[in-house]
Design a protein around this ligand. Sequence first.
Ligand SMILES: Cc1cc2nc3c(=O)[nH]c(=O)nc-3n(C[C@H](O)[C@H](O)[C@H](O)COP(=O)(O)OP(=O)(O)OC[C@H]3O[C@@H](n4cnc5c(N)ncnc54)[C@H](O)[C@@H]3O)c2cc1C
Length: 438
Amino acid sequence: MPRRHILIGGGPGAIAAAEAIRGADDGAEIVLVGADPHGYYSRPGLAYYLTNEIPEERLFPFTPDDILSLSLNTITERALGIDTAAHTVTLESGRQLAYDRLLLATGSRAISARVPGADLDGVVKLDGMDDARDIVRRSRKAKAAVVVGGGITALEIVEGLRARRVHVHYFMRRDRYWSNVLSESESRIVLQRLLSEGVEIHAYTELARILGSDGRVAAVETGEGTRIPCGLVAVAVGVRPQIELAREAGLECARGVLVDQYLRSSDPDIFAAGDVAEVADPHTGHRVVEVLWSSAVAKGRVAGLNMAMEPTHVYEQGPPLNVTRLAGLYTTIIGTVGSGADADLEGIARGDSQVWSELCSAAIVEAQRGDAHIRLALGDGIIVGAVVMGDQALSFPLQELIEAHVDVSGIAAALEAQEAPIVELVNGAWADWKAQRA
Ligand SMILES: Cc1cc2nc3c(=O)[nH]c(=O)nc-3n(C[C@H](O)[C@H](O)[C@H](O)COP(=O)(O)OP(=O)(O)OC[C@H]3O[C@@H](n4cnc5c(N)ncnc54)[C@H](O)[C@@H]3O)c2cc1C
């Protein structure tokens, strides 16, 4: 009998698992249960859809033929429960599906504002395609909007609204943007760019209430009692892994579903991947939740292989990586770069890793070189983290040097010197390393 795999999800975690299972076992039966009617698309790409830079069609990484080639049985429905003893999943329609191995790749969901008025029509979030369409539709009427939050998604909404000529009030709890990940200078660069785009920034400002008229958003009130009229309120204060199914099935959970190095949960036939999986970092021992596309793919691949065969593939937690855009500025964030500042979010942000919120004890080199703002975290003879904003020429060399733990002790002192030629030193170390490998 072929083994029957049920994958609950539909994002990169589940799709990468499906590819791995199919690659390892031609005859396996794979059933993909996903609640999103739009199927598999790029959630990071929604930012570019909001700014009108790409049409909706470009958000889909797979053609219908790619999906066909995986021979999946796709069911567009929400899974409501798992009976671990009977090895069955119950869907919203009441249908029951039996499994041999199950994958949970249910992603994460935006935390809603816990203030009066949060349920008014016109309070929005950005979790997926329907939310993005909703923001686009509402931006046609709204003259002003309030955006609350500290991570990437908040800025993506700000920029989407600005591109659609909506006046934006951006609320920050403190005076720094994404303070637990970015340095003071990086945060300032982002905020200056937002100001030059006409965004009205309100530092040290809490959203206290959302005020409505006829059930629709009409204004907000800040913690200090100031009223700001607006037709739209976007909340991006962080996300939480969607662990409800796992918890109700009796699986061990903390912030996410707890998994071992094989990405297996406390039930040996149930695996987890993507945003919902909480994995121990072999370097620090800390359990880490990551809300990163690349991590979801890497975890999905390993979980899929272990589901198809006996679990022998170990998930190696690499340095977290995000190449994103902040206020129009391409930005690479990799490895250990956290500033250790108080988190300005309730949950983890999208495009974020818990690794980044931890204080980085390495020596920091930070400088502007040409069109790039560069920050390096120098550990014991290696570069442990980096942020590159603007010109991305150093992004790939740094990704390779950090991922391969390349010994850079020969240039460490030079990097830390005043006015150090950082670009040349990093490129030189990268070239030397590549030459040694050739
Ligand atoms: C606006 C936005 C911007 C982002 N920007 C970045 C970025 O710059 N860089 C980056 O690396 N990452 C970014 N991310 C995060 C990245 O998209 C996620 O980390 C990644 O999609 C996680 O993949 P996943 O497979 O775990 O879950 P998801 O892609 O979230 O997919 C989970 C799926 O499971 C479905 N589901 C949930 N519960 C059930 C159920 N009970 N039954 C059936 N289906 C269910 C959901 O409908 C969803 O379709 C961004 C995400 C968003 C939304």
